[in-house]
Design a protein around this ligand. Structure first.
Ligand code: PLP
Length: 402
């Protein structure tokens, strides 16, 4: 019998960030000296009080299955967090704990998207959204959000993208890859459009909400327009705020019918998330976030340094993002130029390849995020790494010719 892979797998491709990370590992194994600006996770350790809570959970025997949707205590803590920080009231039965925010988004789409249903994804976007929609046999509708609009979806662009088949709008604020965040006024404008289209549900990916450099709180569309709350799914998790990417805890809160369907799917697939990680996430959500201002200040200093260095290079420019830990850098000034070997740089993917091969610096081309010509760097890495990367990029760019 020959091995056969289901046709729906042909709809998706590997995550470009995972592919780039694999390529980086391969080059390093071959002995190449590569500076990586790929990392999509905090470079801090999970805070000590959270680590201790996990160790205590193990010692106390919290090592068995929990309810599929997560322990009642953790779901209760999630509802308290959503009330306290986002002004959104939920009951524990409207919350499900998942294997990271990614799992929550995937399962939400899996239980709601029919073949051919459309999901509006403002571009640039986190690389996984379109492929998750495709895996669920839906149609991603990528809506370009140019830099002139602050990389944000405008009400007019939203209105133009909605059709009778639109099932979801995905909002990610602050965003990966741009760090752009919606203001209350901007969300009000989007909410006004959504009120006219009751078939459209809203999935908010709030994973970077606390990583902000402007001192502002991140407003939530369902708190601004309570009439949208019954068709909004809030997705969040502990990965980025608490430096807990490997613990794999996310959650979703929203309409009971969606949560119940996600619960059923999860009960027949992964079951509950890791019990020990749930105990750690409980400690994270219940304790003060007093470690966070220092972390944000560190990201901010790196952001400022990286923005200054990038803008000093001919052919590159970038604005300082409001949040998250990435820069989305315009590289239009390098397109159309040639490497010393004569290779023409047609696209931002060519630019990323040139940076890797000629400078030994790993970045991801904007094409992967749905907007060109840009590339993304992560600033979740030491300032000395950023400085070394920029020194190498400047040297490589100096070798380009017209
Ligand atoms: C926008 C966005 N959402 C979700 C995730 C995944 O989060 P988690 O680790 O909770 O699955 C990421 C990770 O890079 C992300 O950038």
């Amino acid at each position: 019998m020959s091995v056969q892979i289901a046709a729906r797998m042909g709809r998706i491709k590997p995550s470009p960030s995972s592919a780039a990370t694999d390529r980086l590992a391969q080059l390093r194994r071959e002995g190449r000296d590569i500076v990586s600006l790929l990392v999509g996770e905090p470079d801090f350790d999970t805070p000590a009080h959270i680590r201790r809570a996990a160790i205590e959970a193990i010692e106390q025997g919290q090592t068995r299955y929990t309810q599929t949707s997560g322990t009642l205590e953790l779901r209760q803590a999630v509802t308290e967090k959503l009330q306290r920080e986002n002004g959104l009231g939920y009951a524990p039965g409207q919350v499900i704990v998942t294997v990271g925010a990614k799992h929550a988004i995937f399962n939400a789409l899996a239980v709601t998207v029919e073949p051919g249903d459309e999901v509006i994804i403002p571009a640039p976007y986190w690389v996984s959204y379109p492929d998750m929609v495709l895996a669920c046999e839906g149609e991603p509708v990528r809506v370009a959000c140019p830099e002139a609009d602050g990389f944000l979806l405008t009400p007019a662009a939203l209105e133009a993208a909605i059709t009778p088949r639109t099932r979801w709008l995905v909002l990610n604020s602050p965003s990966n890859p741009t760090g752009a965040a919606y203001s209350t006024v901007q969300l009000r404008g989007l909410a006004d459009v959504l009120l006219r289209h009751p078939q459209v549900m809203v999935l908010t990916d709030d994973i970077y909400e606390h990583i902000r450099f402007d001192g502002e709180a991140t407003p939530h569309i369902a708190a601004i327009e309570p009439a949208l709350k019954d068709r909004t799914l809030v997705v969040n998790g502990v990965s980025k705020t608490y430096a807990m990417t490997g613990w794999r805890i996310g959650y979703a809160a929203g309409p009971a019918a969606i949560i119940a369907a996600m619960d059923m799917l999860q009960s027949q697939s992964t079951s509950c998330t890791t019990s020990v990680s749930q105990a750690a996430a409980l400690a994270a959500l219940r304790a003060p976030m007093d470690f966070l201002p220092d972390w944000v200040a560190t990201y901010r200093a790196r952001r400022d340094r990286a923005v200054a260095l990038m803008n000093a290079m001919p052919g590159l420019r970038c604005t300082a993002p409001v949040g998250a830990f990435y820069l989305f850098i315009h590289c239009g000034g390098l397109i159309g130029r040639r490497t010393a070997e004569g290779t023409l740089l047609h696209t931002d993917l060519d630019v990323a390849m040139f940076f890797l091969e000629s400078a030994g610096v790993a970045v991801i081309g904007g094409t992967s995020y749905g907007l060109s010509p840009y590339f993304r760097i992560s600033i979740a890495t030491g300032v000395e790494v950023i400085e070394e990367a920029c020194r190498r990029l400047a040297a490589a760019i100096a070798t380009l010719r017209d």
